[in-house]
Design a protein around this ligand. Structure first.
Ligand code: NAD
Length: 261
């Protein structure tokens, strides 16, 4: 067990990649907190983890709300005595052609996908600093790292808001690694390529999903799209002590995307 006695919080773990990540960390012995805005999804994932014999608690939280995050951290530390791992995974998309993208589309994506990371790390930092130990992984995207625009792959919609937020996550990770490193905290980011999850299928019609899968298969050297477990395994490595000399890095888990600009 690689995470025995560790305590991990995964935001957005009611669905998709977050759910796969929280399950993987729990399998390796971590006590986990399923933190998501969707209360029903939180209860479902906690139930599944408990059924599998894992230690899990749920917390309904909006990563845009500092006071809720403060409570999340205090409750976790109160229950388990420490917080070793934070995975900032919660995210939303509002894909739309740039010329018709409105303030609401822009603001919500920046608020959840970028500012939410800033808020979560500020909320957890005092606990990790006190312990002189912490592992933080921020989920970015191939879209924030030069992957071809959403509009090129089976959809007319653009993703200027999402690409900007996810690029911000990469640079935020580097600055956090610099400022928190002296306190014994590793901060890294993972940029997933295309992985079929509720996020990728609800923003497209079924036909667009199928077209998108074909485009993405062709634009990876491994000729396949990713599985949530591919991302979960990369996060597991980065939060484990096997990665203790790695900080400020971006790990691209994208099948070898050939369309990076
Ligand atoms: N699926 C992909 O291909 C892909 C590729 C690159 C990056 N990503 C990133 O991976 C992460 C997970 O994506 P996914 O595909 O699993 O999406 P998903 O929609 O399946 O899951 C996202 C989760 O975040 C939660 N969430 C949304 N807003 C929240 C908020 N304000 N506070 C707390 N929780 C909130 C949702 O309830 C949901 O459970 C996101 O950051 C996404 O941008 C996904």
């Amino acid at each position: 067990m690689r995470l025995q006695d560790k305590v991990a919080i995964v935001t957005g773990s009611g669905s998709g990649l977050g759910k796969a990540i929280v399950k993987r960390l729990a399998e390796e012995g971590a006590s986990v907190v399923v933190a998501d805005i969707n209360a029903e999804a939180v209860a479902t994932v906690v139930g599944e983890l408990e059924k599998a014999g894992r230690t899990a608690v749920g917390f309904t939280v909006d990563v845009r709300d500092r006071s809720q995050l403060k409570e999340l951290m205090a409750t976790t530390a109160g229950k388990f005595g420490r917080i070793d791992i934070l995975v900032n995974n919660a995210g939303v998309t509002r894909h739309r052609p740039f010329l018709t993208m409105n303030d609401e589309d822009w603001n919500i994506v920046l608020a959840v996908d970028l500012k939410g990371v800033f808020f979560c790390v500020q909320a957890v930092a005092e606990y990790m600093i006190k312990q002189r130990y912490g592992k933080i992984v921020n989920i970015s995207s191939a879209s924030g790292n030069g992957g071809a625009s959403h509009a090129t792959a089976g959809s007319a919609a653009g993703n200027a808001n999402y690409a900007a937020a996810k690029a911000g996550v990469i640079q935020l990770t580097k600055t956090l690694a610099t400022e928190l490193g002296p306190h014994g905290i590793n901060v890294n980011s993972v940029a997933p390529g295309f992985i079929l999850t509720p996020m990728t299928s609800t923003s497209r019609t079924q036909q667009e999903v199928e077209e998108h899968i074909e485009v993405r298969k062709k634009s990876t050297v491994l000729k396949r799209v990713g599985k949530p477990e591919d991302i979960a395994n990369s996060v597991l490595f980065l939060v484990s002590d096997e990665a203790s000399f790695i900080s400020g890095q971006l790990l691209r888990v994208d099948g070898g995307r050939t369309d990076r600009m």
